[in-house]
Design a protein around this ligand. Structure first.
Ligand code: G5P
Ligand code: MG
Length: 219
């Protein structure tokens, strides 16, 4: 199964990608997680992309494409892409690459969400600065308040979740999403899903739509 998740910042792409990858037994590839780990490790790439992330701007296409193609090449059993592609150029280059290795995307799920719900998801989000696990104070709290279930680290607000950066990220998303949606619609692999439910409801809805489309043997 080769799946890509589209949707505004905070829509639940990362949360759902982890669950879907586990359920479908494929690799979760989050462009944001990959960039954040380069940034916190202080690698040359991390230094290069730091300002883009901190200001809610998109990292240049050429860099993103190279980075993600490398990761995809290391995921022979299938993948869930989370946060990539997010420009038309990225989608076109990804399609070219996947066609060249005869592994095109099966389905692209486009999460849509009401702005008010999106705000609540941002406000309550807490993340583990070490393993990247994502929580929500109301709907997905950790077992011990303030600590990551996986490694016991103190949870934090993601640095780019400050209101002015969130605003920029959402604006950036709105500017780039339409051509992306049109590209996948034209390929006949786009499915739009209202992501307003509980995490369990949204996971079930994605799995059902994959099944309805007859996509993948492991669903
Ligand atoms: P990222 O890391 O890709 P965004 O902005 O696209 O960042 P973000 O913020 O990571 O997306 P998300 O993954 O869609 O949001 O959402 P999430 O973290 O899973 O969930 C949000 C909250 O809602 C959490 O508290 C969670 O518990 C809750 N929640 C989740 N699902 C559900 C649900 O189903 N129901 C309910 N009730 N709650 C739920 O990108 C970061 C930066 O990296 C660069 C850019 O600078 C970008 O700003 N970047 C790229 N640049 C260029 N090209 C690319 N392809 C790039 N990718 C990343
Ligand atoms: Mg995410």
């Amino acid at each position: 199964m080769r799946l890509a998740l589209l949707g505004p910042p905070g829509a639940g792409k990362g949360t759902q990608a982890v669950r879907l990858a586990h359920r479908l037994r494929v690799t979760h590839l989050s462009s944001g997680d990959i960039l954040r780990s380069e940034k916190s490790a202080g690698t040359a790439l991390g230094m290069q992309i730091r300002d883009f992330i901190d200001h809610g701007k998109l990292v240049p296409d050429a860099l993103m494409i190279r980075l993600m193609e490398n990761r995809i090449a290391q995921a022979p059993g299938g993948f869930v892409l989370d946060g990539f592609p997010r420009t038309l150029v990225q989608a076109q280059e990804l399609a070219r690459f996947l066609d060249s290795i005869r592994r095109p995307l099966d389905v692209v799920v486009n999460f849509v969400l009401d702005e008010a719900i999106l705000s609540r998801r941002f406000e309550g989000r807490r993340v583990c600065p070490v393993c990247g696990s994502v929580y929500h104070l109301d709907t997905m709290p950790p077992e011990v308040p303030g600590l990551c279930d996986q490694d016991g680290q103190a949870l934090v607000i993601r640095p780019d979740d400050q209101p002015e950066v969130v605003k920029e990220r959402i604006n950036t998303y709105r500017r780039s999403v339409e051509p992306l949606v049109a590209f996948y619609e034209q390929k006949g692999i786009l499915v739009t899903l209202n992501a307003a439910g509980t995490p369990n409801e949204v996971t079930a809805a994605v799995l059902k739509l994959l099944q309805d489309r007859g996509a993948g043997k492991n669903v």
